[in-house]
Design a protein around this ligand. Sequence first.
Ligand code: ZN
Ligand code: ZN
Length: 138
Amino acid sequence: METVEKLTETLRSHGMKITPQRLMIFKILEDNISHPSAEDIYKKVKKTYPTVSFTTIYKTLETLKELGEVSELIIDEDRKHYDPNTTVHHHVICSACKKIVDVFEDFSSLVKLPDFLKKDYTVLGFQISFYGICRECN
Ligand SMILES: [Zn+2]
Ligand SMILES: [Zn+2]
């Protein structure tokens, strides 16, 4: 994700109104390594802006996703999570507390592509999701 200042400019140029609520969403996301869900962000914004709707939060996140500013993680079966770090990396989720942690490791030499993938696709990348129990939950 870009810095909040740059992001604000980008979104303005896409015709989005920068409300204080939206600005707070950007600030929550900036440098956030906890992979929050839309619900997590909603709870935080609601503390400062009690009238904010979940739809506003969700729509803003979807716009950020479309603009490539955040990635959506489908690692938790219960809900989507968002990651402002859009560089290639992998994740591990604790099956007990649902905490999601980044895994920065290049696995490309270990992945053997099946023949049909090599034949039918130009593979642009892959993501590995590890599942396990973290130290605190163990
Ligand atoms: Zn845990
Ligand atoms: Zn991540």
